[in-house]
Write a protein of this length. Structure first.
Lengths: 192, 471
């Protein structure tokens, strides 16, 4: 039997349904790419093993830590705004700053590998490496732009916690980007 | 119709429909030439008829898009069109240039046409779908610039809506990508590579924006659903269309010489291309289920639902059938491609233009609630005849394609039949396709007939809920 308190506390989807449609579509794209990566690796394990040896797993790990930390800050910022605490915009700015460790680290990796003569056309491993990670990189940049917009809106008082739709939608998108990396990193850098 | 200048859409729609009829007639000529090889030879050889069939399609759809734009942009912006005169001048320029080009194809041999239009100065002719003489191509570019100027000036002075922004973004993209038709490198791989920048990025890129915007506009009008809800869907749909469609260009790069990575990128991203079309189906049916008014123009609603479904089937499902590289290795350039092309163009772009015509034409003819019941019934007969015929054309071509792949592509080289020997084996499918094409023509005749029935729907059929002033 349901209690009155259980009835009032209905489960709701954080953010806008349209953003969730978008998130599922994005996850479908990444999902297909991941399946493609796995199939290609099983067909040619030697190339994938050799390719992985050239990567920089420590930078990958640092990037992972940066993205997880940023996600933590975004999640707690949403929580703060829900309680009407407008200073949460500081957390959003901090999340943008910390996630920039990822963007700088990734750009350095691209520069380094490109300098060593690797590119999209080198072999199947590097095709996947460059394309998958760059496609994800573009999503991180878009996510950072969204976080900046959220931070500005909270800072200006446009978002005061009475309507969480915008904040939750942006945060959901950011967590999707983070989630994809959490699959991508071990798959490309560790298991290949 | 709130603004008198919207009426300039009328000649665009009428001319589009005339060219549509021409396209279908040449489609039947081609269908017969598939099985009776010397039909109309040497007067109208197959390659000329094909050029006319495809070029008429492109030109009439452009007329349809322009008509749709002239109709909906002023109403969305809540202002008169910047210059109706310019719209009329461009109509005549485009109509005369288009007609002369088609007549040129039919009555002058192609090499002579290239000579008299001074193709040598800037050679752009001789490429599939972009066969137009250079001077026609320049004309199209000039018409596009004048058209965009007129539309932008209108949109900028009025209310900014998402429908207008998406539509105009699509149109600007259409004009910008057209410029690649002037780039004609002598290297065959580069030639094909950039050729797809026009062909693919039109129909699987910017045209989807145009389609989405027109569909959203018609749905706002006939359902009375909140603009905000419809706009949100529109954003998601166009984002998906661009994410999948742009890199999806790679599915044309499999076998023409670009790097191998396109096998993966083209396969993966074009596999996503059905998604925006699927969302359009959800979008259209969802909005119609949530409608807050029963618009008496039922025919327009039928077209709106039909275009979403048929675009999903033709562009989405039939595209996906042969888009993955390992499948396309066998099916490339077979009749399966033709099946996909027919249903995708009909479902997505023919039907969206007929949707806006179905909605706007009665209003421009002084029938704000739509045509009379009899006219609508006839129009719906036209809808079903044409649509079902197109389904059969697609199925027969798919059958032909599967058999073709089986006989010509799959066997080891020694046992595989030649192209022409295979054609003999699949001729039964071509005959059935031709019969389906005749039914399509009859559907078109019925559809045209509906325009000649007088009378209009009664306002009493209108059932409006609250807060639909905008619709």
């Amino acid at each position: 039997m349901s209690t009155p308190s259980a009835e009032t506390k209905t489960r709701h989807l954080p953010g806008d349904i349209a953003v969730w449609m978008f998130i599922f579509a994005e996850l479908a794209v990444f999902g297909i790419l991941f399946i493609g990566f796995t199939v290609a690796r099983s067909l040619d394990p030697a190339t994938f093993h050799a390719g992985r040896e050239v990567l920089h797993p420590w930078i990958g790990l640092l990037n992972t830590a940066a993205l997880i930390t940023a996600s933590y800050l975004v999640a707690t910022a949403v929580h703060q705004l829900r309680h009407g605490q407008r200073r949460c915009h500081l957390r959003l700015w901090l999340a943008v700053a910390i996630s920039s460790i990822y963007t700088i680290g990734k750009l350095w990796e691209y520069g380094n590998l490109y300098g060593l003569g690797y590119n999209l056309g080198t072999d199947t491993f590097f095709m996947f490496y460059f394309f998958l990670t760059f496609f994800h990189f573009m999503h991180v940049v878009l996510g950072q732009i969204i976080l900046v917009v959220l931070a500005v809106k909270v800072g200006r008082g446009d978002y005061d916690g009475s309507d969480m739709n915008g904040m939750e939608s942006g945060a959901s998108y950011w967590h999707m980007v983070d989630l994809v990396w959490l699959v991508l990193f071990p798959m490309v850098y560790v298991l290949a | 119709m709130r603004y008198e200048s919207q009426r300039v859409a009328m000649p665009y729609f009428i001319f589009a429909l005339i060219l549509f009829a021409g396209q279908i007639v040449f489609g039947l000529v081609l269908g017969l030439q598939y099985v009776v090889g010397d039909f109309l030879f040497p007067e109208i050889p197959f390659n000329v008829a094909r050029m006319v069939h495809t070029n008429l399609l492109i030109v009439w759809l452009l007329f349809g898009f322009m008509g749709a734009t002239y109709y909906l942009v002023p109403e969305e912006a809540q202002t008169e069109l910047y210059s109706p005169l310019l719209a009329w001048i461009l109509f005549w320029v485009f109509a005369v240039a288009g007609t002369l080009t088609i007549l040129g194809y039919l009555f002058v041999d192609y090499a002579t046409l290239a000579d008299v239009t001074m193709n040598k100065l800037l050679p752009t002719m001789g490429r599939e779908f972009l066969e137009q003489p250079t001077i026609t191509k320049i004309g199209i570019a000039i018409v596009a610039v004048g058209f965009l100027f007129n539309i932008l000036m209108t949109a900028l002075k009025g209310r900014k809506t998402v429908v207008n922004i998406v539509l105009i973004t699509g149109l600007v993209g259409l004009a910008a990508l057209w410029l690649f038709s002037f780039y004609n490198p002598s290297n065959l791989t580069l030639d094909k590579y950039f050729w797809w920048f026009v062909v693919h990025l039109w129909v699987e890129g910017v045209w989807e924006l145009i389609m989405g915007a027109i569909l959203a506009y018609v749905l706002i009008k006939i359902t009375g659903v909140d603009r905000e809800v419809i706009e949100k869907w529109l954003y998601v749909i166009i984002a998906m269309a661009l994410i999948s469609g742009i890199i999806g260009t790679g599915h044309h790069f499999f076998w023409i010489g670009p790097p191998e990575y396109w096998l993966w990128l083209g396969s993966v991203f074009s596999a996503i291309e059905p998604l925006p079309f699927f969302m359009m189906v959800l979008f259209a049916f969802n909005m119609i289920n949530r409608r807050r008014r029963n618009h008496p123009n039922k025919a327009a609603m039928l077209w709106a639902m039909g275009t979403a479904v048929m675009a999903f089937l033709g562009a989405g499902v039939w595209g996906f059938l042969h888009t993955l590289a390992p499948v396309n290795y066998y099916t490339h350039g077979s009749q399966i491609t033709a099946a996909h092309g027919h249903m995708a163009f009909y479902g997505a772009y023919v039907m969206i233009v007929l949707t806006i015509i179905s909605y706007a034409m009665p209003i421009m003819r002084g029938r704000p609630y739509g045509n009379s019941n009899t006219a609508q019934v006839l129009e719906m007969w036209g809808f079903w005849l044409m649509t079902i015929s197109m389904v059969f054309i697609t199925l027969f071509l798919t059958g032909a394609g599967i058999l073709q792949v089986w006989l010509q592509r799959i066997p080891e080289s020694g046992q595989a039949l030649s192209f022409m020997a295979t054609q003999d084996h699949i001729s039964l499918f071509y005959w059935m396709r031709f019969v389906a094409g005749c039914f399509f023509l009859s559907g078109l005749a019925v559809y045209f007939g509906s325009f000649f029935i007088k009378g209009q729907a009664s306002p009493s059929e209108e059932v409006r809920g609250p807060a639909t002033e905008d619709a």
